[in-house]
Design a protein around this ligand. Structure first.
Ligand SMILES: Nc1ncnc2c1ncn2[C@@H]1O[C@H](COP(=O)(O)OP(=O)(O)OP(=O)(O)O)[C@@H](O)[C@H]1O
Length: 361
């Protein structure tokens, strides 16, 4: 057997290098639907071969539309173009793009068995039976569903269904794997486990993977880089570290890591909140925001900030306080689980680091 998948699976077995995974170049891709909805403003994006790129953003920001343009299920407005490596695929239909897709709803055929679902794309292409069987065995082993090949879809758990959907997407030996919220239908603990498993499967496959989610911890866990989207536009592209540590805008800071933005002023070499100097800051002068994530502030006995606890939730490993700062925004503060503070208490707060993250508006 030859082809990308064989190479991919051999790579998984440690036998050979991988030759799969195309780079993707989107140029000026906008999308206006016939009813006039502008789902995407013109955007350009480069995705490297074998990169795990996560598209992250709130509901309705255009994530799925962007994914469907890469898949060939939508065409961009006239000025846009899509390249896979050096091939212009803008007008090429999904069947000939060599992409695999995995959906939130699994989109499995309920009347077919596991094997029937996985082999469906190969049967369409009338691939030789012996090759089909060999590939089924490889894929079942690869995604961890051996022994379930003859089950019907309704006899599977959610996690097993998702593995079947992944195996079917891989059956076509894709250069690019597109995953649209594939874990959303699963319960939290299974989602976390499969997320880790999927991440390592994608690494071993060496395929270029585009993964859509609105769940930022999923994005952080899986991505080489994240595209954060806001209302049809790209708000920031960067590694999880860059997006978390250097958010490009208030939108990105608030969307990633439950950050509150506290209005502050930079002058005389320091950051000042409500007239109180809270940290050294030699860089700039003027109005700025202090980025306050749950780990950035802690209750203290001597300020400099003060606020009222509006809710306190015990999580076992920590206690999460919702606090409204005096003359300031509501913030979230994670404290050790034994913290005595409860809703209704007033507390002083200090920074946990002497290098706070500062955002200029
Ligand atoms: N076929 C369509 N016709 C008209 N408008 C559409 C169509 N498909 C999507 N839209 C609109 O385009 C915008 C972007 O939709 P899209 O599905 O890409 O968002 P999303 O970020 O994937 O959202 P979600 O996380 O809720 O799935 C939305 O306002 C949506 O209503």
């Amino acid at each position: 057997m030859t082809g990308v998948l064989s190479a991919q699976i051999r790579a998984h077995d440690g036998l050979t290098a991988v030759d799969g995974g195309a780079g993707i170049t989107l140029t000026d891709c906008a999308k206006t639907f016939p009813d006039g909805t502008r789902a995407l403003l013109p955007l350009s994006l480069e995705i490297k071969p074998r990169e795990k790129m996560v598209i992250l953003g709130p509901s309705g920001c255009g994530k799925t539309t962007l994914l469907r343009i890469i898949a060939g299920l939508e065409t961009p407005d006239l000025e846009g173009s899509v390249y896979f490596d050096k091939d212009d695929v803008t007008g090429v239909p999904i069947e000939t793009r060599r992409v695999g897709m995995v959906f939130q709803s699994y989109a499995l055929f309920p009347t077919l068995t596991v094997a029937g679902n996985i082999l469906f794309p190969l049967r369409l292409k009338k691939i030789d039976k012996a090759i089909q069987n060999a590939r089924l065995a490889q894929l079942a082993q690869f995604v961890g569903i051996e022994g379930l090949e003859h089950r019907h879809i309704h006899e599977l758990s959610g996690g097993q269904k998702q593995r079947v959907a992944l195996a079917r997407a891989l059956a076509v030996e894709p250069r690019i794997l597109l995953l649209d919220e594939p874990l959303t239908a699963l319960d939290a603990s299974l989602r976390e486990r499969l997320r880790a498993e999927l991440s390592s499967l994608l690494d071993r496959l060496g395929v270029t993977a585009i993964y859509v989610t609105h769940d930022q911890s999923e994005a952080m866990a899986l991505a080489d880089r994240i595209v954060v989207m806001d209302r049809g536009a790209i708000a920031q592209v960067g590694t999880p570290f860059e997006i978390y540590e250097k958010p490009a805008s208030p939108f990105v800071a608030k969307f990633i890591g439950a950050a509150a933005l506290i209005p502050a002023h930079a002058h005389d070499g320091g950051i000042h909140v409500q007239g109180q100097r809270i940290a050294a800051y030699p860089d700039k002068r003027g109005d700025v925001f202090l980025v306050a994530r749950p780990e950035d502030l802690a209750p203290t006995s001597d300020g400099p900030l003060e606020g009222q606890v509006t809710a306190a939730t015990y999580f076992g490993d920590r206690k999460r306080l919702h606090i409204t700062l005096n003359d300031g925004p509501p913030i979230i503060v994670d404290t050790p689980p034994e913290t005595a503070l409860e809703a209704g208490d007033t507390t002083q707060l200090g920074l946990t680091s002497d290098k706070p993250r500062i955002l200029t508006p």
